[in-house]
Ligand binder design. Structure first.
Ligand SMILES: [Zn+2]
Length: 247
């Protein structure tokens, strides 16, 4: 599903457009005019459905050189190992999340309780991604004629990056699970979720200039992405908590 000159939606689950496995987050393809990148990898249950969408958009999955993960929660990072095996792409993950994926550390990504609570199938297991590489806020990823800049955006999870896309027909932000349509946020009762960190992250995003917001779930805004950050900021500035997104 083409969104802009360089961005396509190629994976999306039950909280989105049902383009791929129901447990998938939004998975975006960045077309660098030759080299390709994926933003997030989905849950890993049916990665071939995502690659079929890549082909249907007119691209060869063999040109996917990079898979950049916003964070390691299973719906975003669980597909990194399977997707690496299918494409050979380099997997980039925030900070220690690269180690967690290498070792398939389910505790570190808060998977056992999410699975027990029915967020994932009872028999779901995190597949290892032995080649995952650690990146940090400030790092730049070149995708042909496009450029992604990693921004540390802790809160929903401590190890969380957003990616600012330049070189497209508009500046865009891949926000992962930081902010959703209407300024909603996604608070979890996981040990590394912090409302204070999320408020600070949102203030940082409020300083950024971007037009498109590509979140990890639900509605996408191509022209007025900032309004969702601003809506969340209005709640934080009033010392309130923005409404929670029910994934
Ligand atoms: Zn998440």
């Amino acid at each position: 599903m083409r969104l802009t000159r360089r961005v396509h939606l190629v994976g999306s689950g039950a909280t989105g457009a049902d383009l791929s496995n129901p447990y998938d987050c939004h998975v975006y393809l960045v077309d660098g005019g030759g080299p390709l990148a994926l933003i997030d990898a989905g849950v890993g249950l049916e990665p071939e459905l995502i690659l079929a969408n890549v082909r249907a958009a007119g691209f060869d999955p063999a040109n996917i050189q990079t898979i950049a993960l916003t964070h390691a929660h299973a719906d975003h990072g669980g597909g990194s190992g399977p997707m690496h095996e299918l494409t050979g792409a380099e997997v980039l993950a925030p900070g220690p999340a690269a180690d967690w994926l290498q070792q398939a550390d389910e505790e570190a990504i808060s998977l056992p309780r999410a699975r027990a609570g029915g967020t994932y199938p009872a028999d779901y297991q995190l597949a290892p991604c032995p080649s995952a590489i650690s990146i940090s806020g400030g790092d730049t990823i070149h995708v042909g004629e496009a450029r992604l800049t990693a921004i540390a955006t802790p809160g929903h999870a401590r190890e969380h990056l957003s990616f600012l896309l330049e070189g497209d027909d508009r500046v865009g932000l891949f926000g992962g699970d930081v902010v959703f349509q209407g300024g909603k946020i996604l608070l979890l009762s996981t040990p590394d979720c912090s409302i204070q960190e999320l408020a600070a992250t949102m203030r940082g995003l409020g300083e950024l200039d971007f037009e498109a917001l590509y979140p990890g779930h639900a509605g996408i805004s191509l022209r007025r992405g900032r309004q969702h950050v601003d809506a969340a900021l209005r709640a934080f500035d009033a010392e309130e908590i923005p409404p929670n997104f029910n994934a």
